[in-house]
Design a protein around this ligand. Structure first.
Ligand code: NAD
Ligand code: IPM
Ligand code: MN
Length: 356
């Protein structure tokens, strides 16, 4: 039987609570489609850091490299500074495995009330394609004391032609496969002097290679307003690392809850494992209570199956999520206005996956 080797990193906070139900869903869908998973669990987290001074062991990347994919919960928890935990685990994985695409769907699901008036499922349905290995996320720079004694920092953003072109190309290739081939670029070339005019130049050049695709571009400030005022106008939105990070929380916020949003950190060349995780973090405010919504993690499992070449199994998971959300007596976690627990929600999705 075909067996996928998965590295499972529950991580911190609610990561530990939403990963197990998603593994149950994976087992159920594998049984139905005749493949299997072998799960290798790694308990790397802020707890590990407190005990060992490292978020992952020195050979962590080599150990992960042995797997077909990485399934991650969330990283970061009070007690360890966020830039230490994230630059000790999540960000090194994205970089070591050249997962330069962070693909994040924004979709209004049935059964989740939209905070915008009058929107139905189908009205909001687009992709954020986020650059995931360079840009504003960098360790270049440092702290200084200026001659007048004032303290200062410099934080350098790096945009390479290769890194910019490959994310733009991914966005255009994705748009080619959609009913409405349309790419929107997130820019800020009026205020940011070097990187964003460069981004615009590369975008215009790439657009020239895809004459059938409609394009537009907006500065990030007005783009955030348009996400709220007219989200139905978007199909593929391509953005630098930081702008994409912001847009991929804003999009799900506009569709009712960030807790359902999934993401795929992809190495499109498949030279390295890709990583699948929800958009949300470790939610310290609700961690330990068993009430986190597992849908973002479960939808991430569906994206992982698409990537692993099992798209029917992926589609089955997504349709099970939609079926459960539409049932009038469906379990609902508190973020969706209900009183259900994580496990109950997970079980309901497993049941639908099992019975088909
Ligand atoms: P967060 O996404 O963890 O939480 C934001 C809000 O959304 C909180 O009120 C939380 O309770 C709620 N929420 C998030 N996921 C939920 C779920 N599944 N069900 C119900 N409610 C949910 O963002 P934050 O508070 O900014 O970050 C907390 C920690 O997580 C920080 O250490 C941060 O750096 C880290 N973080 C990690 C990742 C990641 O691993 N990819 C992503 C974002 C944040
Ligand atoms: C995300 C997260 C991370 C990011 C943080 C935790 C470093 O917000 O995956 O969106 O900014 O990439
Ligand atoms: Mn984020």
């Amino acid at each position: 039987m075909k067996t996928f080797r998965l590295a499972v990193l529950p991580g911190d906070g609610i990561g530990k609570e939403v990963v197990p139900p998603a593994q149950d869903v994976l087992q159920a869908v594998a049984a139905r489609y005749g493949f299997a998973f072998s799960f290798a669990e790694f308990d790397w987290s802020c707890e590990t850091f407190k005990a060992t001074g490292r978020m992952m062991p020195e050979d962590g990347i080599e150990r992960l490299a042995q797997h077909d994919a990485i399934f991650l919960g969330a990283v970061g928890f009070p007690g360890v500074p966020d830039h230490v935990s994230l630059w000790g685990l999540l960000i090194p994985i994205r970089r070591a495995f050249d997962q330069y695409v962070n693909l994040r769907p924004v979709r209004l699901l049935p059964g989740i009330p939209c905070p915008l008036a009058g929107k139905q499922p189908g009205d909001i349905d687009f992709w954020v394609v986020r650059e995931n290995t360079e840009g504003e996320y960098s360790q270049l720079g440092g702290r200084f004391t200026l001659p007048d004694g004032d303290e200062a920092v410099m934080q350098t953003a790096v945009f390479t032609a290769k890194g910019t072109d490959r994310i733009l190309r991914f966005a255009f290739d994705l748009a080619t496969r959609l009913d409405r081939p349309h790419v929107t670029s997130a820019t800020k070339s009026n205020g940011i002097y070097h990187s964003m005019p460069f981004w615009d130049e590369r975008f215009a050049r790439m657009a020239g290679a895809y004459p059938a695709i409609r394009t537009d571009q907006y500065h990030i400030d007005i783009l955030t307003a348009r996400f709220v005022m007219s989200p139905e106008r978007f199909d593929v939105v391509v953005a630098s690392n930081l702008f994409g990070d912001i847009l991929s929380d804003l999009g799900p916020g506009v569709t009712g809850t960030i807790a359902v949003a999934p993401s795929a950190n992809i190495n499109p060349e498949r030279r390295h494992p890709s990583m699948f995780e929800p958009v949300h973090g470790s939610a310290p405010d609700i961690a330990g209570q068993g009430i986190a919504n597992p849908i973002g993690q479960i939808w991430s499992a569906a994206m992982m199956l698409d990537h692993l070449g099992e798209p029917e199994a992926g589609a089955t998971i997504l349709s099970a999520i939609e079926t459960v959300l539409q049932a009038p007596d469906a379990p609902r976690t508190p973020d969706m206005g209900g009183r259900s627990r994580t496990a109950e929600m997970g079980r309901a999705i497993v049941e639908v996956v099992r019975r088909g």
